[in-house]
Design a protein around this ligand. Structure first.
Ligand SMILES: N[C@@H](CCC(=O)N[C@@H](CS)C(=O)NCC(=O)O)C(=O)O
Length: 201
């Protein structure tokens, strides 16, 4: 199995999930500036949509979109309890979180990292503050988003929280989120993924 990724981007979430699941995988790096893979191909050679993450299965089939990849990984390793079983209300709760993180947090960062106009950046920051307030309230003092157990939603949430510093967002306004991010960054899977992507030594 291969994970096509770019350092520190949303592909970090499936990277962490693969480590949590204990599945064997290789990493193939994409340069964000040129969209070129380390083997010289353009990312469009593996994903016509032109972005990471892409999970290439041993069958050669390729899966894209963070939320779909995360759930596929979770379902390969049921003993790791990275997602509640299909058909349960809890599974829909997980999907609720994945969709929220994808559409209400992940994508809102876009102008902040792509030279957005001042008004776009201000709007993005304002919307992110509202979203972080919501997550702070829902997380409360729970160790993980869904309660007592780490799930793939946590892999995604820690990924986007890692972007707050470069985006100039001070997490002190949300003490639970700040503590959560610090805790998760000490988790073995997260530290190993940070190291493998060259983000810490
Ligand atoms: N809807 C996609 C979004 C993926 C995405 O935004 N990927 C970014 C990194 S976080 C990327 O590869 N961008 C490269 C580009 O747009 O050129 C998903 O959920 O996987």
């Amino acid at each position: 199995m291969k994970l096509y990724y770019a350092a520190g981007t949303c592909s970090f979430a499936p990277h962490v999930a693969l480590r949590e699941a204990g599945l064997p995988f290789d990493l193939v790096r994409m340069d964000m500036k040129t969209s070129t893979l380390e083997d010289g191909r353009h990312i469009k050679a593996v994903n016509g949509k032109g972005y990471v993450p892409v999970l290439e299965l041993d069958s050669g089939e390729r899966l894209t979109e963070v939320s779909a990849i995360l759930q596929w990984i979770a379902d390969q390793a049921p003993d790791a309890t990275l997602a509640p079983p299909w058909g349960t209300m809890e599974r829909y709760r997980l999907q609720e979180w994945l969709n929220y993180i994808a559409t209400e947090i992940h994508k809102i960062f876009w102008p902040l990292f792509h030279q957005g106009a001042e008004i776009e950046n201000q709007n993005a920051l304002e919307r992110l503050r509202v979203r972080f307030g919501w997550v702070e309230q829902k997380l409360g003092s729970k160790p993980f988003l869904m309660g007592e157990h780490f799930t793939v939603a946590d892999a995604y949430l820690v990924t986007v929280l890692n972007w707050t510093k470069p985006a100039g967002i001070d997490l002190n306004a949300w003490p639970q989120l700040k503590a959560y991010r610090s805790r998760l960054r000490e988790r073995a899977s997260v530290m190993e993924a940070l190291r493998a992507e060259g983000l810490i030594r």
